[in-house]
Design a protein around this ligand. Structure first.
Ligand code: NAP
Length: 276
């Protein structure tokens, strides 16, 4: 069967689930093969906005009952209750369960759903909303090649996807790509604010910062791009960029970032322990 016909059910219809569903529709997935269980009527209405043929409801069991692929897209805090609800249900044999919840481990999924359930844990990120997401996947031992391919199909609908073998690295992934967009947004906010302080009109500041960020990201995404070399090539000795970078280095930007990402990694591990 074509991937585009696979029955994919979502438990939780919030932002991430909608981003994935929108990506699947863009990739040509059959809308009638998508279903979502979501408690909030206003959120369900947004799914009808994605496509009128998507089946929506508030009953997790109904969606789980006929999904070949079940995507768990709820907050980690509600995962224990949702897993407890799914544990006793008859679900299709070989159903692939994909969890996008931060910190929820494959062991936690196996404890509730059974060790024989093929499960894939995914850490997506927010640019999934615009089809430029970065998803990192890790699979339980019982996921076969077809299951990996299905999981990749779902994850790649929102951008790029890559596999890791070592699940213990997922907290570091969360710190880098999961939380990462916020670091870049903060840098852009701070640059915009400073640009205004330096006298630029707000709309000019906004355009300069955002186009510069987009341009730098595109240059860094070129095949074989070396970001250190790109930086060096705009940094003439004694020039303006060198003056700015000297301040950032003197003020300890490297150490600050190291502490920030380490804090995110450690918080991810802590949240995972409480979700488990
Ligand atoms: N957004 C991101 O950038 C991002 C990045 C990486 C990972 N994630 C992960 O993706 C997951 C979802 O995040 P999100 O941003 O999409 O959150 P969200 O917008 O809050 O979506 C969660 C949805 O699940 C619904 N829900 C709550 N309890 C439920 C239940 N018992 N059964 C079924 N649905 C239920 C919520 O409904 P109510 O509105 O009624 O509560 C909400 O619509 C999280 O675990 C998060 O860690 C998100």
């Amino acid at each position: 069967m074509e991937h585009g016909q696979t029955q994919i059910g979502f438990i939780g219809g919030g932002n991430m689930a909608q981003a994935i569903a929108a990506g699947l529709l863009r990739a040509g997935h059959e809308p009638a093969a998508l279903a979502v269980a979501e408690p909030l009527a206003a959120t369900r209405a947004r799914w009808h906005g994605l496509h009128a043929a998507i089946r929506t409801g508030s009953d997790n069991a109904a969606v789980a009952a006929d999904a070949a692929v079940l995507v768990l897209a709820i907050k980690p805090q509600v995962m224990p209750a949702v897993l407890a609800g799914l544990a006793g249900l008859a679900r299709p044999r070989g159903q692939l369960v994909i969890s996008v919840a931060a910190g929820v481990t494959l062991a936690t999924l196996a404890r509730s759903l059974g060790a024989g359930t093929p499960a894939v844990r995914v850490m997506p990120n927010q640019p999934a909303l615009v089809g430029e997401g970065m998803s990192v996947l890790v699979a339980s031992a019982v996921v076969d090649a077809a299951g990996r391919e299905q999981a990749c199909y779902v994850a790649e609908s929102t951008g790029r996807a890559l596999w890791l073998d070592d699940e213990s690295l997922m907290d570091a992934v969360t710190a880098v790509s999961g939380s990462g967009p916020a670091y870049f947004y903060l840098l852009m906010e701070l640059m915009e604010r400073t640009a205004i302080d330096l006298g630029l009109p707000p709309d000019v500041a906004r355009t300069l910062v955002r186009q510069t960020a987009t341009g730098a990201a595109r240059a860094a995404a070129m095949p074989d791009a070396d970001v250190a070399a790109l930086r060096a090539s705009v940094t003439s000795p004694g020039g303006t960029t060198a003056a700015a970078l000297a301040v950032l280095e003197r003020e300890g930007i490297g150490e600050t970032l190291r502490r920030a990402l380490t804090a995110a990694r450690d918080r991810g591990a802590e949240l995972g322990r409480s979700a488990g």
